[in-house]
Design a protein around this ligand. Sequence first.
Ligand SMILES: Cc1ncc(COP(=O)(O)O)c(C=O)c1O
Length: 357
Amino acid sequence: MVIPTSLPIVDEEMEREVLRVLREEFFVGGQSVEKFEEEFADYIGVDYAVAVSSGTDALVIALRCLGIKGKVVVPPMTFVATVESVVLAGGQPKFADIDKDTWNIDPEEIEKIIDKDVEAIMPVHLYGLPCDMKHILDIANDHGLYIIEDCAQAHGAIYKDKKVGSLGNVGCFSFYSTKNMTVGGNGGMITTNDRKIAEKAKLLREHGGGNFAELVGYNARMNTMNAAFGRVQLRRLNEWNNRRRKLAKLYYQYLRDVRNIKLPVIDDNHVYHLFVIEAEDRDKLREYLRDKGILCGVHYPVAIHELKPYRGYADRSYPNSEYHSKTCLSLPMYPTLREDELKMVCEEIKKFYGEVK
Ligand SMILES: Cc1ncc(COP(=O)(O)O)c(C=O)c1O
């Protein structure tokens, strides 16, 4: 028996919908894409949603929509696409370290590094926990900065009664296969209340206007089958997120007394895309669990400012991100994870640290 780190769900309705649109609609950008956009905008609580072909495209296009050419504040602890998108769009990343407890970008660190060349902040709601958006919005207002939320890991997460993706100027989602909801492959969504941003995003995703191009754009449209699949997943999202929260509470209950690990924030607005702990002897623990058939992930093994293409953008060290990269371990977390499986994971962790014979 193998327990993976994450596991997407495919049901009969998803399969049926994919086949139906394959027979009835255009393969790319069919009616289901528009319906998915409307339903997603409604779910997030924004006026517009624009479907694209990946979360990375969503980020690049969002930055292009805002005309960013200068510095964008990003955390060094994230998936590489966050920082990559800034460079691809023609801007320069500027790193601000994460908080040592939430593992999200630390607003006080942002304040320390703002200069006249900073144009935007890109908070990442890492692992599904919303960032301290009040503080980040205050900084953005004080300095006249844009906010692009990277919501790739936080579909449905709530910050003070509002969904993430509705708090900044633009929100960017990924529907990659392991996310809290997927389109059965690659896909992304841009959310905004700004009509001009939505219109520009639609141009950019389709070669800047195609045969009547007004901008240099991308081929970043969503496939219709992916949208059809995503529409059904969206209807299941709240139920799945509730299940993730329930599993997170169980992990907390079983692991809270283990001295060798640090647990994540337990919060009802967290959507636990990943259940990440900081662990002593992380690599040995990971290997031990793998031998027992429990597959854990490391998100992420190297802080982005230490990766070759991005070293030049770092002007200091970022100790909390560096520490986290060396100790973080993603335990199995997905809605169909059984409670007895979760308990077994916890027991094995305790055995590894010698707490159970
Ligand atoms: C935080 C973060 N940003 C951006 C992305 C990029 O999304 P995609 O893989 O859909 O391009 C991902 C996911 O892969 C992510 O986790």
